[in-house]
Write a protein that binds this ligand. Structure first.
Ligand SMILES: CC(C)(COP(=O)(O)OP(=O)(O)OC[C@H]1O[C@@H](n2cnc3c(N)ncnc32)[C@H](O)[C@@H]1OP(=O)(O)O)[C@@H](O)C(=O)NCCC(=O)NCCS
Length: 388
């Protein structure tokens, strides 16, 4: 289809790969004064959506030059009260990039419009996207021009992996779950959470999923005693880990002076006083991998400590892995979620306000859509590791 002089078409790996990677390299995401990360897809620009049940990548072409790109994925998730069974088809919009030389010509809008058309052709109920609150162009495009509404504000918490391992408290037991056990627990305890993926089993069985672990206090019900209809310990916590670095790497494109100074001084302190066991900030200017912690759930009066222990356990796992390229641990939680206090992270590296926006693609979905956007932002959301 022609829009002025540019053409929107589906991505063809054989011809478009290099140009799409080039576009990714020249596009800064977010405000120019803050630090930003490049994504290195290691020769497979479609890697970020490949693990979703359905996906699509579109490009905008102008005289044989690729000037824009967008990706989308579709899955079925829990949406509270959505008829008939609280399940809805949702389309995730991601990776929108327009060449800096061709902006404000309607290319971004055309890409979004075409992706929404694809969603509608697949009977999608809601389209949604996430963007940094400070990304004015993106917020304005989706909210003002396309009518998306603010849905949640999430915090992306980042913790650097350093060579000093944490000592996990000796009265805490950490056990790895079999996939079936993990799926059972997720469906039982998180299944009614908004955006819980109906194909959670596929996520847990994916080779990028490194496993699911539970933590509980020694002397409480031992993990083997957890039964499908049985009790759970008084306090317990669980999480899963996704090896995002296996499919793409990150690299710091640019950092504000304050960030650089802090990094440098931290390196210096650790070099002079290694005995202090100061956490080190890795070198983020070379491409690096990361682990994503997802499906975090905790219950009981002391479960905060268990969440912290699990995070420390994951940190140690990353520090000890043979692939020493895993330099950060990332997680995505509600801005006001009390979990934030228990998850070790560095404010300097984290993004406190990632805006999630949503739009109903069907007129009969308006009521539930209204509920979705008006619910308390403290109600947690399941963040799918395939969409990181
Ligand atoms: C966001 C981006 C894709 C917009 O692409 P684009 O082709 O320039 O967008 P359009 O020309 O279709 O603009 C559509 C609307 O977006 C908004 N918009 C776009 N750029 C804007 C800017 N710099 N400031 C404020 N609003 C902006 C406007 O509402 C605009 O409508 P208008 O031109 O009628 O005022 C582009 O700026 C980009 O690639 N940015 C870097 C990557 C990024 O941040 N992607 C979004 C991640 S979610």
């Amino acid at each position: 289809m022609e829009f002025n002089k540019f053409r929107i078409r589906t991505y063809e790996g054989r011809y478009d790969r290099a140009q799409v990677e080039y576009l990714e390299r020249i596009c800064e995401v977010g405000p120019s004064e803050s630090a930003f990360l490049f994504t290195d897809t290691m020769g497979d620009p479609i890697c970020r959506i490949r693990n979703s049940p359905m996906y699509m990548m579109l490009v905008a072409e102008l005289k044989n030059e690729l000037v824009g790109v967008i990706q989308g994925s579709i899955k079925v998730v829990t949406v509270h009260g959505h008829p008939p069974k609280g399940l809805a088809k949702v389309g995730y919009v991601l990776g929108l990039r327009v060449s800096p030389h061709h902006r404000r010509k309607g290319i971004g809008s055309s890409l979004v419009r075409r992706l929404e058309e694809w969603f509608s052709s697949k009977d999608v109920d809601y389209a949604y996207m996430a963007t940094e609150k400070e990304n004015r162009a993106s917020v304005s495009l989706f909210m003002d021009k396309f009518g998306y509404s603010k849905f949640r504000t999430q915090a992306i918490l980042v913790n650097p992996v350093n060579h000093h391992c944490f000592q996990v408290s000796s009265n805490i037991e950490i056990a790895r779950l079999k996939v079936d056990q993990a799926e059972y627990l997720y469906r039982r305890f998180m299944g009614s959470m908004d955006f819980f993926p109906n194909d959670i089993g596929n996520i847990l069985r994916n080779k990028l999923c490194l496993g699911t672990w539970v933590a509980y206090f020694k002397g409480d019900i031992a993990w083997e005693d957890f039964r499908s209809d049985g009790q759970v310990p008084n306090s317990w916590a669980m999480l899963s880990v996704w090896n995002s670095g296996e499919i793409f790497k990150l690299r710091l494109g640019k950092a504000p002076l304050s960030c650089l100074l802090c990094t440098k001084s931290w390196w210096l302190i650790d070099k002079i006083f290694p005995c202090l066991k100061f956490p080190t900030i890795p070198d983020f200017f070379d491409p690096f991998g990361f682990y994503f912690m997802y499906g975090m759930h905790h219950e009981g009066p002391f479960s905060g400590r268990l969440v912290r222990a699990l995070c420390q356990f994951v940190h140690n796992m990353a520090a000890e892995t043979k692939d020493d390229n895993c330099k950060i641990i990332v997680t995505d939680v509600g801005e006001k979620d009390e979990l934030n206090h228990h998850i070790p992270h560095w404010k300097l590296l984290s993004c406190p306000a990632d805006l999630w926006c949503i739009k109903s693609l069907k007129s009969d979905g308006t009521n539930k859509f209204h509920e979705l956007t008006k619910t308390s932002p403290t109600r947690p959301l399941f963040v799918d590791p395939r969409e990181v």
